[in-house]
Design a protein around this ligand. Structure first.
Ligand SMILES: C=Cc1c2[nH]c(c1C)Cc1[nH]c(c(CCC(=O)O)c1C)Cc1[nH]c(c(C)c1CCC(=O)O)Cc1[nH]c(c(C)c1C=C)C2
Length: 458
């Protein structure tokens, strides 16, 4: 897609050899520790040394036969209590901003679930090279892409992460421009969708099929019969605080991608919900093309996630102790005023964390706070089974007229979202092309496209 959108020249790859690729940290016991990059590294990590003997049980325990459970229960069962508190909870903060006691192990760390299922042991499975979860669609896509662009393998092998010159927004902007220029797509940004109903010969828009990329709970409001699976999972809110320091006054002692705060160190009170800090200037150094390059240190702190409401309530309670309870204080605040007050609180949390964790005493020259409401869906235990049920009900209730895609279903990462969207769009197109009368091809068939087909293979 990057090639098709002619974005190659704006690509900012970070090689696997760079400090950002090699050094990811966890803040625990008042200092930064390197995050392990492999299972062997995790098992011999100093933070886990005392727990290591118990972890060996994974080799002899056998599988549980459970369909799904929380990440915490899986890790405790296989490696012993305490394993989740540091490394695993930090990783869950750094991907889902989530609570590992609630998230589904099968939907978030599917590799662990499959290693246990296939080999009876995570360690053994890894040693035997198992675990990769690949659906038939993944295999075909990989084969097709590799055949068309063999040079991509070298890029993937050499690259840790990538962004674009003006950030990931470059991708959505280029996609929009390309679609509009093609003349085949009509983007209606100002239109408000009130209901999705199946009718024929009716204004204002007729469609053979609808592919909804809305968050599931938003989609549920538009449907006459909303499947309950659409409103099961919550999403978390994350406060993103960008900090810019003068590089003469602020240096990173340990260059790398950034650091994460594990559950063991965190609480709404002590670390005030800090999930982690990205070292932007070091993570993607080539992105800054302006005169500020090499003269500024840019950091991004992420706060809240599954702790957001607790942190906000605690802060509000502290700032107006006359209120009788934290929850009461939230409802009595006007939401705009609340957001403003929270913004200055998050600035303070971020600058204070940088001072204490990175020993940067200078004041930032620029601070920007964006509160990203409901930005990461939380796949709760049983998510995959619910997606299978949803797949069935979309077939039954909507006759193949409605397909779904987006972060709320089968993967929160941008790569997953693009892959799943491409898959559903291609399947819908090929169904329409299969028969002369495209509408007839999509309606009332068991092989209708729902966008959730892969839920049966994960
Ligand atoms: C401090 C909080 C967060 C950081 N990133 C995110 C949060 C909530 C969000 C996020 N990170 C990842 C994803 C999914 C994939 C994607 O779209 O790129 C999301 C939604 C990727 C990711 N980040 C970390 C790991 C181990 C992963 C998994 C894939 C990979 O290995 O790249 C770790 C990590 N995240 C953050 C930091 C500071 C950090 C490590 C030090 C920030």
């Amino acid at each position: 897609m990057i090639k098709a959108l002619r974005l190659d020249s704006r690509l900012e790859p970070v090689p696997k050899t760079s400090p950002a690729a090699k050094n990811r940290f966890i803040y625990a016991h008042k200092k930064l520790h390197m995050l392990p990059t492999s299972l062997a590294g995790a098992l011999t990590h100093p933070l886990l040394a005392a727990k290591l003997p118990r972890a060996g049980l994974d080799l002899i325990k056998g599988g549980s036969g459970q369909e799904d459970e929380s990440i915490e229960s899986f890790v405790n069962r296989r490696f012993g209590k305490g394993f989740s508190d540091d490394l695993i909870s930090a990783m869950v903060h750094g991907i889902y901003a989530g609570d590992l006691s609630k998230l589904s192990v099968r939907s978030t760390f599917g590799i662990l679930y499959h290693l246990e299922k296939d080999y009876g042991s995570v360690i053994l499975g890894m040693l035997m090279g198992g675990g990769a979860v690949e659906t038939p669609w993944d295999r075909t896509l990989k084969e097709n892409i590799m055949a068309k662009m063999p040079e991509l393998k070298t890029f993937v092998d050499k690259t840790s992460i990538y962004s674009f010159t003006d950030g990931l927004e470059d991708l959505s902007k280029a996609l929009e421009q390309d679609l509009v220029e093609s003349g085949r797509v009509n983007i209606r940004k100002e239109s408000w969708v009130e209901k999705l109903i199946s009718i024929k010969d009716h204004d204002p828009i007729q469609a053979n099929t609808v592919i909804a990329a809305l968050p599931p709970s938003k989609l549920s409001h538009l449907l006459p019969v909303a499947p309950p699976e659409l409103i099961y999972n919550p999403s978390v809110t994350v406060a993103v605080v960008n900090l810019v320091y003068n590089a003469d006054q602020a240096r990173l002692a340990s260059p790398g991608f950034g650091y994460l705060i594990p559950r063991s160190e965190n609480s709404a009170v002590r670390h005030r919900g800090l999930l982690g800090v990205v070292f932007d200037s070091c993570a993607i150094p080539t992105q800054d093309k302006g005169p500020s390059r090499d003269h500024t240190l840019k950091l991004t702190a992420m706060i809240g996630g599954h702790m957001f409401e607790d942190v906000a309530a605690h802060h509000e309670y502290k700032s107006s102790p006359s209120q009788s309870s934290p929850s009461q204080s939230i409802t009595q605040h006007d939401s705009k005023a609340r957001e403003k007050e929270l913004t200055s609180f998050f600035k303070e949390v971020a600058t204070d964390a940088v001072k204490r964790h990175l020993q940067i005493d200078a004041s930032p020259e620029i601070v920007k706070v964006h509160i990203q409401h409901d930005c990461i869906p939380q796949y709760l235990v049983g998510h995959l089974q619910r997606m299978q049920t949803l797949d069935r009900s979309l077939r039954k209730e909507y006759d193949g007229l409605l397909a779904v895609t987006g972060a709320g279903y089968l993967g929160v990462s941008i790569n997953d979202c693009i892959k799943n969207a491409r898959e559903v769009a291609e399947s819908v197109m090929s169904k329409l092309e299969e028969e002369d009368d495209g509408e007839a091809a999509l309606v009332g068939r068991q092989d209708a496209v729902t966008g959730l087909e892969r839920a049966w293979f994960l």
